[in-house]
Design a protein. Structure first.
Length: 147
């Protein structure tokens, strides 16, 4: 091997490959900076719980109570569980409907009552919302007819 020829060799990486590498680095850098600026990773870890709710009465009428029971699934913080629809106090946190649930969570077997306020039938929704309000999910929707 000729050392003198090694140092005088003028071949290098093609300019086209150099440009492609620079563009790839720029795109990756832009994606990483964009993810930080837009807070794309903020909602990770705040997914909706998996829970099942049942209603104990199918003939709910005006000013009649309906008992909603958590039958299976994840325990949910009371402050993150809302009930809305054709009921009194629509949109309130579960804590406002029940004092029978002890502790800060609604677990399997716990129940609470809501009062229907529609004589023509209606809807009751059980909704979860994350603590910071960025995510929400409807866990169960009940449709009822007037008696």
């Amino acid at each position: 091997m000729n050392i003198k020829q090694l140092f005088t060799e003028e071949r290098a990486v093609s300019p086209v490959i150099g440009v492609i590498l620079m563009v790839a680095i720029t795109v990756i850098l832009a994606a990483v900076i964009g993810a930080f600026v837009l807070n794309l990773g903020q909602g990770i870890g705040q997914s909706a719980p998996q829970a099942t709710f049942e209603i104990n009465s199918t003939s709910i009428g005006n000013d009649e109570n309906a008992t909603i029971t958590h039958t299976a699934g994840d325990s949910i913080e009371k402050s993150n569980l809302y009930v809305s629809g054709d009921i009194d106090n629509s949109g309130d946190v579960v804590t406002n409907f029940s004092t029978s649930i002890t502790g800060d969570t609604v677990s399997s077997g716990d129940s609470f009552e809501v009062t229907a306020d529609s004589t023509n039938g209606g809807t009751i929704r059980v909704t979860w919302q994350s603590a910071d309000g960025s995510n929400s999910a409807t866990l169960r929707t009940f449709e009822y007819e007037s008696p």
